[in-house]
Structures are given as C-alpha cells and as structure tokens.
Design a protein. Sequence first.
Length: 301
Amino acid sequence: MSPGGDRMTAETSQPYRERFFFARDGLRLHARDYPPAIPDDSRAPIVCLAGLSRNARDFHPFACTIADELGRRVVALDYRGRGRSEVDANKANYTLAVECADVETALEALGIENAVFVGTSRGGLILHLLAVAAPHRLKGVILNDIGPVIEPKGLQEIAAYLNRPQTPGNWEEAAAILRNTHGAAFPALSQDDWHDMAHAIYVERDGAIVADFDPAIARQLLAVDLTGPLPDLWAQFDAFRPFPMLAIRGEHSSLLSPGTLAAMARRHPRLTTFTAAGQGHAPLLHKPDVLAAIKDFLLTV
C-alpha cells in the first residue's frame, strides 16, 4: 500500500479490501472495495471512477462515509497506469475505449451486476461510453464536473500542470504545490484538504515523492489540438436518459461551463444539478455541501 493510502486509512475506522484482477489483455488492475458495516442489500453498490491522472485514493473519505452512513458497498478503481494498477507498456492503450472495457472487466471480477456510478472528469467520459456499450450496468449516474462538452481552456490548464515538472521534497511541499496551482479555484478547501489531496495524488517511491501515474498519460494531452472546440458527446449523453442522474459542477470550473450544465438539464428528464461552492475542477465529494447533495440523490437510487 502506498504511504498515502496508509495515512488516510489510519485516520478512519472504515476498512477496505485491496482487490486485484486482470484486464482482457492480461494487465493487472487494482480497486479498493469498501464493505459497509451494516449493508443495505436492497441498494446497488457505488462504483467510483477517477479523473485522468488520479486514482482510487481520491474517493477514500467519500467512500468511508457512504459505506458507513448509507450501508452501501463502494468500489473505487485504479485505471491502468494509475495507482496500484500496472503501467501499460503499450501507451496507445491509455484511451477511453480501453478504460471502459477495463471497467466492465472490473465489474465482472468483483461480482457487480449493476451499480450507481460516480464519474469524476475522465471517469464521467468513460461513463458516456459505458452507457452506450452496457446500459444494463447502470442504475444511476453521478457526473462530477464533466459533461458531453469539454471547454478547451480547462483542458489546456490540465495539460499544462500535468506536464510541468514538480518534485516535492516532502509532504508539506507536495501540499503547497497543489495549493499554489489550484488554490485560486478552491477557496473552500482547508489546509487539511490540501494535505489529504497530496497523499491522494502523490506516492513515495525509492525515497522520492512522485505523482502516482504513468507520465505518458499526461504527454498524450500535448498532441491534442486545443485551439478550437473539441468533439462533443451529446449522442452518448442521450444514452443516460433512462437513468437518474446528478450532475455536479464546481463553481469555478473551467472544464464544464454553466451553459453546458443547463443544456444537460434540458436534455435529460431525470437530471438534478448541483454547484459546489468555492470549488473548481474537480470538486471534492466529501465536502459537506457536495456530500449532502450526493446522499440525497443516493437515497433515491
């Protein structure tokens, strides 16, 4: 287990299981599986999908709360090349289509017939594909600061900071790097939040603190033309229409615009929207206002 995982687990009484399984091409993948102390077997489990360079640790405080307070099993996945999943030697496999297939493999390996999915950023894009390829897997959807239209400016910002060399000398410096990079968009975050984020994003390897993803994933963004509108996923978004949905937008998000969020609400008859005050891309799900909105939604699904 990574030092980040050890630290955060020690701060809670909620255990999780480390689950390993193999993708269709043989790559070893990882997930965290949070069993509830008192399970509500009438409700579908929650499956959490992280952002482009992120991993299962992002969801730790959220998963602990949902498992403990709502009695729901929560599973958080590490995509290939992130967290405890293996790095892919074939960098061309870092695509939405391959990662969507990996999600289906994870569901099979973990014995999950269907679930309520939480997709943050890239995780939400993967869900657009899953809704078309395997709609029977969905019971409900939570999109966290992502929709069928991505603002180029937001993706430019992500490409810039992920490809900027940053090597913190200690965990305090790691938190400071994140605060200096993202603080203007996240006035709602406390010092503890930045420290927890550091332990979710970075890992200690061979005495160095490094970002916990294959750098090739970030380099892919440098090849994307971000000077104009990006292809949209409205056709795939329409596949969500049969399912209840909560769409969360960070108040200061540069990736999901208010206009796109409003268009999503007009197009989807069962969609509820929520704006996370004082947060940018992508909102922390365990902050009290966001968590309350999610818990209200989950009580209906």
